[in-house]
Design a protein around this ligand. Structure first.
Ligand code: FUB
Length: 364
């Protein structure tokens, strides 16, 4: 929250730490004003929800979010305060209609290999079965991606005994391409541990952030095709390279544009739209490519910063309308780790670009 206001130039950086306590109180008040122009309302207020992955299954919208809780763990750059323990799945027939809570679909305690922190999931459907993909730290505190199955989009989901072999880091997003192939995108830096993986191995004491690598190409999200049983990677993990309009890869120091976490893929007019969060610059941005593997050419912002540190989304077409599911922190009044999901419409312009959305841009 403080970071976002700093980015917006609300505070001089020098001396910030000395007045931290006072700033926190002031920020709360400023943040609650910030929600006034919100373009959409929280979809769920009884639970804290975040990271909404939305899909159309059985003719309805199903949402697979994280379930935030008051963990009581102090905030840090590793994201230890995001100590989530289960998932609830939600569905709705129309935007503005009732949002149904289908209850607990999967819990950390039911995943044999899991330790802690059940982060942003995604789901897919193939041949009569539903698959839930989820990141959670294993018992050595290393993020891996697991898969669980169900006969219903609402769960409950039964997890496999082990994580997906060769998977690592966080934020799985499964893209069903029109040719019948499914692709798993994943990865996230800093708390998502992507920077700690080198040549397929986890480096325990590796860099905690990407900040030392500003002059090198940025770390990338990862992609692999899924096997026909949807439970394995069918090929070696590849880099999702994002380039600028001159064809150069985005650099590590380019925090306004480089990949941080929260990958999503949608296809529009035959083009592949790779969208993601820029993390510490708090934007959702997108890049366009000719294949699910990329490379993807950076285009611009699709959602300006929300109130809260994280930003995470999904894009889905429902009944001819493109929708952006995202989150902010309106229900908790700005608590970084107590988020709520929202939805708004998203417009592709005639040239294929996406109109940037201001989450607080409603006329007051
Ligand atoms: O919800 C925990 C983490 O916060 C997600 O995995 C990230 O994408 C961020 O939203």
């Amino acid at each position: 929250m403080i970071n976002r206001l700093m980015n917006m130039g609300a505070f001089p950086v020098v001396g910030l730490m000395l007045v931290l306590g006072a700033c926190q109180t002031k920020n709360k008040a400023e943040e609650s004003n910030a929600f006034k122009g919100a373009i959409s309302k929280p979809l769920i207020t009884k639970l804290y929800t975040a990271d909404p992955s939305a899909h159309v299954f059985e003719g309805r919208i199903y949402i697979y979010p994280s379930h935030d809780i008051e963990s009581g763990i102090p905030e840090n750059d590793n994201g230890d305060h995001f100590d989530m323990r289960d998932y609830h799945i939600f569905s709705m027939d129309s935007i503005g209609g009732t949002v149904k809570d289908h209850g607990v679909a999967l819990q950390v305690k039911d995943i044999p290999w899991a330790g802690r922190q059940l982060w942003a999931p995604d789901a897919a459907f193939k041949d009569g079965k539903y698959y839930l993909y989820f990141p959670v730290k294993d018992k050595k505190d290393v993020f891996r991606i697991g898969v669980a199955t169900s006969a219903s989009p609402a769960g409950p989901f039964i997890p496999e005994a082990l994580p997906i072999e060769g998977s690592f880091s966080i934020d799985p997003a499964v893209f069903p391409d029109s040719d019948g192939n499914f692709y798993l995108y994943f990865g996230g830096i800093w708390g998502g541990q992507l920077q700690q993986w080198h040549e397929g191995k986890y480096v325990e004491n590796g860099s905690k952030t990407d900040r030392k690598d500003d002059a090198a190409p940025a770390l990338t999200a990862k992609i692999a095709k899924l096997s026909s049983d949807m439970k394995h990677l069918a090929e070696e993990v590849k880099d999702v390279v994002i380039i600028d309009k001159e064809g150069n890869p985005l650099m590590g120091g380019d925090h306004d544009r480089r990949f941080f976490e929260g990958a999503w893929m949608h296809k529009y007019n035959g083009k592949y739209y790779f969208s993601y969060s820029t993390g510490d610059t708090h934007k959702l941005v997108y890049a366009i490519g000719e294949s699910p593997y990329g490379p993807f050419t950076y285009q611009g912002v699709l959602l300006l910063p929300v109130v809260g540190w994280t930003t995470h989304h999904s894009i889905v077409e429902y009944k001819g309308q493109w929708l952006l599911f995202y989150h902010d922190t309106e229900v908790s009044g700005g608590e970084t780790y107590l988020r709520n999901i929202k939805v708004t419409s998203l417009k592709h312009e005639a040239d294929g670009s996406i109109k940037p959305i201001n989450p607080y841009g409603a006329v007051q």
